[in-house]
Design a protein around this ligand. Structure first.
Ligand code: GLN
Length: 540
């Protein structure tokens, strides 16, 4: 049976529970154990698929087609383990499920209640599909004390009681603030947060204290005494200079050691921190920079393009460069200003997106990249916009557009309603917006001797998708005659997957999201290649 590690947060949100969980996963894995990480989100949305990136940051997509919380991206990048649909649970999903069962009469006339029906369902999800793992790390979203978290906390309390205390470990992550005025580190918020947790029956076994500076022994002792944990289990995490340092720092503070000690098991292998040390060195010491513009609609919120930012950084790591991201809001990018605003930029990236707002700015920027031979990378919506730009300016289809923006006679990008997966015909619907897209990992076939197949060093790739519209294949010949090559297709040859220009140093559009599969220890080839092209361009 898998051992469970539940990670809760206290005092304030955004303390880095995701990064802590992901780092712990790496450390346990490196010690020879099989690990799985899950996120339990207290919000009422069934999944984050329909949430605005402004609200919740990026929607991360798994291989098996789930639209999940962006923390699952952290987990994948740090642990190298691909997340699954069963790894993200929300209150909405649980209630949806329980209410469906209630309508089907499955509760045999009983009154359906939070305890036991909701909590039972949460426990089923926690246990689900985790037979082969040594450890399952479950991060509980939100902060202890939130009304919405209560059913989850109650469920994990019950779970621990059912499977035995020795099989479940509770980690609580809190903030230990430094007060400048009195030059003191304060433990009171942590004490209160643990008190709150204990009032619902959960005694943390390990407390991770996030702090701006080192916590003196006296304060650690205080936390140990008031919160009823041994002093060795008060683990500090002082702000790191780069996130890649987190596994090193947690290991230094003996987090993984204490976890193994709790479960009374030994390390199977010596932990390997070398890759993280190398990356940290590189990231902190590289002076050379390359400027990349991300032109999108959600640039105000950093987390909205989390995986993309990360993938570009990984591309920088592969080229020993710092990637300086210049975020430009496409809605306010006037065509007349493009030249000045993009003057110092060595590469232009248009990310995924939805809706018409801001598209003209994107199209104008693509035109600038195409005609000035600036490396250009179009991802999903970015590829669709590149196709529209090309159609308007090279094929003279002046009103070229996407049917996403309304009915038109010149939809070079159109609604996709059918596609095949594993030989089966799939259909999208336009009634529900959630979960009705072409989602998850699909194979694409790349044409031989194209730029993209040379970059992948393969003609068969698998990448994650999240879109409803597709480039209209009927225009293919016209595009290719003018130099835009349809270089990749779905295996049934119906859906264009990649495009590229043959008279441009680096102009590639992909219908999928390669950023989801890039990892710091294994940068994605497309991002490494794009940054390399930008580096060459910056020297001109
Ligand atoms: N809005 C576009 C579509 O649905 C692109 C989606 C995306 O960029 N992820 O096809």
């Amino acid at each position: 049976m898998a051992r469970y590690i539940f990670v809760t947060g206290g005092v304030v949100s955004s303390l880095g529970k995701g990064l802590s969980s992901a780092s712990l996963a790496y450390l346990l894995q490196s010690r020879g154990y099989k690990v799985r990480i899950r996120k339990l989100d207290p919000y009422l949305n069934v999944d984050p698929g329909t949430m605005s990136p402004f609200q919740h940051g990026e929607v991360f997509v798994t291989d098996d087609g789930a639209e999940t919380d962006l923390d699952l991206g952290h987990y994948e990048r740090f642990s190298g383990i691909s997340a699954k649909k069963s790894d993200n649970i929300t209150t909405g999903k649980i209630y949806n499920d329980v209410l469906k069962r209630e309508r089907q009469g499955k509760y045999l006339g009983k009154t359906v209640q939070v305890i036991p029906h909701i909590t039972n369902r949460i426990k089923e999800f926690i246990k689900n599909d985790a037979n082969k793992e040594d450890f399952v790390i479950c991060e509980i979203g939100g902060t202890v004390g939130d009304i919405e978290s209560l059913p989850f906390l109650e469920a994990i309390r019950q779970y621990s009681n059912e499977v035995g205390k020795k099989n479940t470990l509770f980690i609580h992550l809190t903030l230990v603030p430094y007060m400048k005025a009195s030059d003191e580190i304060k433990t009171k918020p942590t004490q209160h947060s643990v008190k709150e947790l204990r009032s619902i029956g959960i005694q943390p076994d390990i407390i991770i204290c996030r702090s701006e500076r080192t916590i003196p022994l006296d304060q650690r002792k205080k936390i140990s005494l008031f919160c009823n944990v041994s002093i060795e289990d008060v683990i500090e995490t002082v702000d790191v200079k780069t996130i890649y340092e987190a596994p090193i720092s947690f290991n230094k503070e003996k987090l993984d050691e204490r976890v193994l000690k709790f479960f009374n098991i030994k390390s199977r292998k010596k932990v390997n921190l070398l890759p993280w040390k190398k990356i940290t060195q590189l990231v902190l010491n590289t002076k050379k920079k390359v400027n990349i513009a991300i032109i999108g609609k959600y640039v105000e919120l950093k987390d909205a393009y989390k995986s993309l930012d990360e993938a570009l950084t990984h591309g920088g790591i592969a080229n020993n460069l710092k990637v300086n991201l210049i975020r430009i809001e496409s809605e306010f990018l006037k065509p007349s200003e493009i030249k000045t605003r993009l003057r110092d930029v060595s590469g232009i990236l248009i990310p995924g997106g939805f809706g018409k707002r801001g598209t003209e700015g994107k199209i104008a920027a693509i035109n600038y990249a195409r005609t000035n031979k600036i490396p250009f990378f179009g991802i999903c919506f970015g590829m669709q916009m590149a196709v529209i730009e090309f159609a308007r300016n090279k094929l003279s289809i002046k009103n070229a557009t996407s049917s996403e923006f309304g009915p038109s006679k010149a939809s070079v990008v159109g609604l996709m309603s059918e596609w095949t997966k594993d030989g089966k015909l799939m259909k999208g619907t336009d009634k529900d917006l959630g979960g009705t897209m072409r989602l998850g990992s699909y194979e694409a076939r790349l044409k031989k001797d194209t730029k993209i197949s040379n970059i992948y060093k393969s003609q068969r790739i698998n990448e994650r998708h999240r879109h409803r519209y597709e480039v209209n294949i009927n225009y293919r010949e016209d595009f290719e005659k003018k130099g835009m090559i349809f270089s990749g297709f779905s295996p049934d040859h119906k859906l264009p997957e990649t495009v590229e220009l043959n008279d441009h140093p680096w102009f590639i559009g992909v219908q999928f999201h390669p950023e989801f599969k890039s990892r710091p220890l294994a940068p994605h080839p497309l991002f490494s290649s794009f940054i390399k092209a930008a580096k060459i361009n910056s020297k001109k």
